[in-house]
Write a protein that binds this ligand. Structure first.
Ligand SMILES: [Zn+2]
Length: 444
């Protein structure tokens, strides 16, 4: 990335946007490029394209398979596709377009390399935030550390690529591809049931398992309906986000999670809950990019619509830790119907090697009620309390908006886990009551 930055500086001196790129294969630099749009009077002479041309010349081949493109700025759609077309296996980003929103640079809206790849039915391994400070050219946000994700490139067979094209077209035409798929299924697995968790016992009217189809996959919910419910809250746990809900409504993973163990308190505060599982085509782990994907946003959108239609209640998305990425994604993706409000607890505010962080999303798109809750002593390195004001500042259009800060409670075990301050251990009753009251009457 140092070479790419240096190359970008040269381009800047020549009167171009200061972006540089390097193609590396087997530890060897095989191509170097910089933006030459103005100096060459060539609108296609972006740094990545320039580096690919250099690499192809030097290797005498148009096939750069096994190579990785290091680029100081996230590639635009044209350059991104050039990287894909050349056969590169991955791209390492110095910075993201999202960081420059609202600071006078070209606005790429919700664009991310991953979203383009997904629309095209491709998967290009992506690492972000190498040398971010230098790559951000003085843009105000992000002191990200390093690296996210790396699903390896998985080209799909031609017929599926055609399906990818259909998705692109249906997105452009604003048609929901999932409209053609089957209806949601609902099974009531218990009535008048007692739910017992570590923190409280509740009595619910029904326990239901819902399977909600979207884009050919299916997302399962464990729905527990409270009497006289004022709203239904979809609960997004952290970590891998796979709760492994069985057909009988048993939760296989994450019972200890702050929101999952506290759901009985939501019932007792007249809020029905829906614990969400990972979709059938991504069943084990939502980290490493999926939480920020278009697929995930669409799945959550389908869940919101389904719950709204089924219960005719306000639908809220309540999230904790890595779950906040899922909610930030769904609430900012313009292709899906949004929830009535969102709650972000112990928000992910630092880039990390396993996935997204909330500040990477175009948070100014969120216009509905937004509640932020954080522990002042949260000691997890990716959810630092000192970045909460930045989160609030980025939510420029969220109304009403409120921040709740907590102290004390119990700190046990790993500081990023459920029984530390990060998981509001010992504060469950207070925070759930605060959240439930705010959901019922949101105000600044
Ligand atoms: Zn470009």
């Amino acid at each position: 990335m140092g070479i790419a930055l240096e190359e970008g500086r040269k381009g800047g001196i020549e009167g171009n946007p200061p972006v540089g790129s390097v193609i590396v294969r087997d530890g060897e630099v095989i191509g170097i490029g910089r933006n030459r749009v103005n100096s060459d009077t060539d609108p296609t002479a972006h740094a990545e394209v320039d580096a690919i041309r250099d690499a192809c010349r030097k290797t005498g081949s148009t096939n750069l398979s096994g190579a990785v493109c290091y680029t100081s700025m996230e590639p635009c759609p044209m350059s991104c596709w050039a990287i894909e077309a050349a056969g590169c296996e991955g791209v390492v980003l110095g910075s993201r377009h999202a960081y420059f929103r609202g600071v006078g640079k070209r606005d790429y809206d919700h664009y991310r390399v991953e979203s383009l790849m997904e629309l095209a039915g491709r998967s290009l391994g992506t690492l972000t935030n190498i040398k971010t400070e230098e790559c951000n050219y003085g843009a105000p946000r992000m002191d990200c550390e390093r690296v996210t994700s790396t699903p390896l490139r998985q080209p799909l067979p031609g017929i599926l690529s055609l399906f990818g094209l259909c998705i692109v077209l249906s997105t452009v035409l604003n048609i929901h591809a999932e409209a053609a798929s089957t209806e949601p299924t609902v099974s009531i697995v218990a009535e008048n049931a007692k739910i017992v968790t570590d923190v409280a016992t509740s009595r619910v009217r029904t326990v239901e398992v819902h399977d909600v189809p979207s884009r050919g996959a299916c997302t399962r919910l464990l729905v527990e309906t409270s009497d006289q419910a004022a709203a239904i809250a979809v609960l997004f746990s952290g970590g891998k986000g796979a709760t492994r809900i069985s057909e009988q409504g048993r939760i296989g993973r994450g019972k200890n999670n702050f929101l999952i163990r506290s759901r009985t308190l939501f019932h007792n505060n007249s809020i029905s809950t829906a614990v969400i599982d990972a979709p059938t085509d991504q069943p084990h782990d939502l980290r490493s990019g999926f939480r920020g994907s278009v697929k995930h946003a669409k799945d959550i959108g389908a869940v919101v619509v389904h719950l709204c239609q089924t219960f005719n209640l306000p639908v809220w998305l309540i999230s904790t830790s890595r779950g906040t990425n899922s909610v930030a994604n769904a609430a900012t993706y313009h292709g899906v119907i949004g929830p009535d409000g969102i709650v972000l607890t112990a928000s992910m505010l630092v880039s990390n090697k396993k996935g997204d962080q909330v500040l990477e999303f175009p948070l100014d798109k969120i216009t509905g009620p937004t509640l932020i809750a954080h522990h002042e002593d949260d000691a997890c390195h990716v959810t630092p309390p000192h970045k909460v004001p930045e989160l609030v500042a980025r939510l420029t259009n969220a109304r009403p908006i409120k921040t709740l800060l907590y102290r004390n409670g119990l700190a046990q075990g790993n500081p990023c886990k459920a029984r530390h301050y990060h998981g509001f251990n010992g504060l469950e009753e207070t925070i759930v009551r605060d959240i439930a009251n705010w959901i019922k009457a949101p105000s600044d």
